[in-house]
Design a protein around this ligand. Structure first.
Ligand code: 26V
Length: 838
């Protein structure tokens, strides 16, 4: 591709080579005679950062000049992964940089491995935020991300004796060339203390006198767009002590408490919280949330005031804040606090502005993930905000009294109680809780789910009453993923083949053009090329498996993949049960019969929350079953099972392009959307899944491309109960007659067939109705899951048809580009328009 030449920085290989050497010397203190891979990576990154800054400044200058409406994506998580190749390719510098590196004796791909992932997120929600930033920059939309610069990101997973161990993610030790520290951008953030009230006439003035203060310092991470000069910004906040340390205590010889303030302040942004439900450390999490949201809102208001002074009624024309789940919801109270207490607006004006600038996305209906903060904790750390929330709640309930005045009294009161923002803990009526999702719905102009089924479910479950009151507030925005990272850069051979076939690379920013691949599915020559690319990607994953496990795998086997956080609702356990079944079947066969078995390499990867015992059991079971199968000489040529450690963005980039089959088998109604399903579809991996989350829309797109006669589900391997039947089936699970093959496998596990463990708690969680209830209905879906697995084998034997489908998957994946998602947010929620640097 030809690069738009507006940069002042030269990009010819010779200049890049000498500049990288200069960076090695002057930035990293290295020796230009001994450039190690790490130094070369750093020199390169420092060089690229200058390109990024140049473009970011040009973009920000234009935006400052034109003053368009901005979207601010508030998120506690941004799972960015690595930046080197993404930057080089977005800046269209691949060729000269690859050459420059050759002069240094390195290859770009090898150097790229030196970069540590920025793992500032748990999973789907954090990676979605990263894909959204990519799409916003690529589509020239004025917008920034705002989040937290965690010193330690998602823990590193180590498997020791089959068991998950968590090791801190020290990702910043070698420095981070992709961020720019901004000591000039700092805001105070306060906690605790008391309220002082002065009444003058009818007006009550509230002053918050906090007893703790920290400083939020900005770090800017430039976000390059693809095929555009525009470069967005992800602003991450670090917390610092107001005084580096307490000189007074130090002078008195009390050295330890002199460092106290520093330690307490820095603790706020020290570590990303894993998705677990332990109450421990909850207060710090609330402090984290308030910390980054307060700094972000202060920052936005400061910029707004520079241009518009105190004309705050203009704010809704200039700014929109998207709340990525409830984590930043305290921002609603903070906006009221800033407008009323700091800017002197009256309540009605402040509340009117607030509800016009916030929009809320829900990402899960798992009850344990819906945030509810004890009033006691909230009052201790944020007394003014607690009071603001109580006022919002009072007015909200008064509004409901009016709105529901036609209802019989008792019914009305029950509805109001169900919609209250502050309500008693259902398990302990003494304790009052702030329901953050309710606050988010009341304080936002729009609420959206992340796939059609999920958006429908929230309207009839967790937000049913709210939907009755505000039917128009609720929208759907089906998730999407960036085709740049997940196809163009991580599967370059496939991207090249697609471009060759379509005769243009325009599909990279207009994914609907992938539909043009449809006729190629019928072209035997093309199918051959398509399979060759897949095979090469499988070789690359094979090498990774060897590196991680020491084993060689046959890359002509079917690669069957399930990668995602380990959770009971995602049902990795069900996957293992079918692998055990396959093992039993092969063991029972004669050597002659075994010749007809389709060889499979099954891969499972993902992290378990550190306190989630059942999830950790599943990891141990995968390891133990894998050990048995992979060392069994009768079976190992036909079946393998591997648990790959430390699943992260970079590992996903190797795994996804190599998948023949991928599994998305959550109990219907539990997975809000899923986003890896979209990545697998783009990369031509066939999907085995339930009718859940975005699987449904993926199935619709795959049906549509096959023509008017195809039904939803054709071309995929779909199984399992219907979402609408789940509540009833849960009630009847006690009476459910389990399949004999299920009973046999459960007996095997309980007997200790796999490793020296009987996995009692795990087995009980799906069998003993007094313990676990099989809440996710593994037993109900077991038989149809095995049936559909047989269909997979049968289809694999017809490689022509398999590859044909693979091509149709990619061809129909255009809808799931994050560009589509973001343009819907921009038009239907944010009302922001593109503004491109010429
Ligand atoms: C889950 C859990 C599970 C139990 C313990 C506490 C806890 C806390 C948080 C979460 C998940 C947070 C929300 C989340 O990551 N949702 C995911 O969002 C993706 C992007 O929209 C979506 O594709 C996934 O289906 C959804 O699970």
């Amino acid at each position: 591709r030809k690069r738009a030449e507006t940069s002042k920085k030269p990009t010819d290989p010779e200049t890049v080579h000498s500049d990288v050497l200069a960076k090695v010397e002057f930035n990293s203190g290295g020796n230009r005679g001994q450039v190690t891979a790490l130094l070369a990576y750093q020199g390169l990154a420092w060089n690229l950062r200058e390109h990024l800054m140049e473009r970011m400044i040009a973009t920000q200058n234009l935006w400052r000049e034109k003053d368009p409406k901005f979207v601010y994506y508030l998120s506690a998580e941004f799972l960015m992964g690595r930046s080197l190749l993404n930057t080089i390719q977005n800046l269209e510098l691949y060729e000269p940089y690859a050459q420059a590196l050759k002069m240094l004796g390195y290859n770009l791909e090898t150097l790229a491995e030196k970069e540590r992932d920025a793992s500032l997120g748990n999973g789907g929600l954090g990676r979605l935020a990263a894909c959204f930033l990519d799409a916003m920059a690529t589509m020239n939309l004025p917008g920034w991300g705002y989040g937290i610069r965690y010193k330690y990101g998602m823990f590193k997973q180590i498997i020791k004796d089959g068991e998950q161990m968590e090791v801190p993610d020290v990702w910043l030790t070698d420095g981070n060339p992709w961020e720019v520290r901004r000591p000039d951008v700092v805001f105070p953030v306060s906690f605790g203390g008391k309220l002082k009230k002065t009444v003058t006439g009818s007006h009550e003035l509230v002053e918050w006198i906090p007893d703790e203060q920290v400083i939020a310092m900005a770090y800017d991470v430039p976000i390059p767009g693809f095929n555009t000069q525009n470069t967005g910004n992800l602003r991450l906040w670090e917390s610092l002590p107001v005084n580096e340390f307490d000189l007074d205590a130090f002078n008195k010889g009390d050295i330890l408490s002199a460092y106290n303030e520093k330690g307490r302040a820095e603790a706020i942004t020290s570590v990303l919280y894993p998705n677990d439900s332990t109450p421990e450390g909850k207060a710090l999490r609330l402090k984290q949330q308030y910390f980054f949201v307060s700094a972000s809102l202060q920052d936005v208001l400061a910029r707004f005031k520079k241009v518009h002074g105190n004309q705050f009624d203009l704010l809704p024309e200039k700014a929109c804040f998207q709340l990525n789940d409830t984590h930043p919801t305290i921002g609603i109270a903070e906006m009221v606090h800033l407008l009323v207490d700091k800017e002197g607006l009256d309540w009605e004006a402040a509340w009117g502005i607030t509800t016009k600038v916030f929009a809320f996305t829900n990402h899960t209906i798992m009850p344990e993930a819906l945030e509810k903060w004890p009033v006691k904790v909230m009052r201790e750390f944020l007394p003014r905000h607690m009071e603001i929330i109580e006022t919002i709640d009072t007015q909200w309930q008064a509004f409901l009294e009016e709105k529901l005045s036609e209802m019989p009294k008792a019914e009305k009161q029950a509805a109001i109680d169900r919609m209250a923002i502050v309500h008693p803990n259902q398990w302990n009526k003494e304790e009052m809780l702030v329901n953050m999702a309710h606050l988010a719905v009341v304080g936002s102009h729009t609420v959206n789910g992340v796939a059609q089924i999920h958006s429908d479910i929230i309207k009839s479950t967790i937000f049913k009453d709210f939907h009755g009151v505000f039917p128009l507030k609720f929208q759907n925005k089906t998730n999407g993923v960036t085709p740049r990272r997940w196809l163009v850069f991580s599967n370059t051979d496939l991207a090249t083949l697609i471009t060759e076939a379509l005769g243009t690379q325009e599909w990279m920013t207009n994914c609907k053009l992938l539909e043009g691949l449809k006729p190629f599915a019928e072209d035997a020559e093309f199918r051959k090329k398509w399979s060759a690319v897949k095979r090469k990607n499988k070789e690359r994953l094979g090498a990774k498996i060897r590196e991680l496990t020491g084993d060689d795998v046959d890359t002509s086997s079917m690669f069957d993949i399930q990668i995602k956080r380990i959770h009971e609702y995602k049902r990795q356990f069900l996957n293992v049960l079918s692998v055990i079944r396959r093992y039993n079947t092969i063991k029972a066969m004669t050597p002659e019969e075994r010749k007809s078995v389709v060889p499979r390499v099954c891969v499972i990867a993902g992290k378990a929350a550190s306190s989630y015992e059942r999830a950790k059991d599943i990891i141990r079971l995968v390891g133990a079953v894998g050990d048995t199968i992979n060392t069994d000489p009768e079976v190992r040529d036909l079946l393998r099972l591997y648990f790959l450690p430390d699943y992260n963005v970079s590992l996903a980039e190797v795994i996804i392009p190599a998948a023949d089959l991928s599994q998305h088998i959550s109990t219907a109604g539990t997975e809000a959307s899923g986003t890896s399903n979209m990545k697998f579809q783009m990369n031509g991996s066939l999907i085995l899944g339930t009718m859940d989350g975005a699987n449904i829309e993926i199935a619709e797109e795959i049906a549509a491309i096959q023509g008017p006669d195809a039904k939803v589900g054709d071309g995929l391997f779909i199984f399992g109960v219907d979402a609408k039947d789940v509540p009833k089936l849960r009630k009847e699970r006690k009476e459910f007659k389990t399949d004999p093959r299920w009973d046999e496998i459960m007996d095997m596990i309980k007997k200790g067939t796999f490793g020296n463990d009987k996995f009692e708690a795990l087995v009980d969680s799906v069998n003993d109705m007094t313990v676990g209830n099989d809440w996710f209905l593994l037993a109900n879906d077991f038989a149809t899951y095995l049936d559909v697995q047989d269909e997979v084998d049968a289809m694999w034997k017809n490689q022509d048809e398999w590859v044909r489908r693979s091509i149709l998957y990619t061809a129909s994946s255009g809808k799931f580009s994050s560009d589509r998602t973001i343009s819907q947010y921009a038009e239907e929620i944010w009302d922001v328009q593109p503004l491109a640097v010429a």
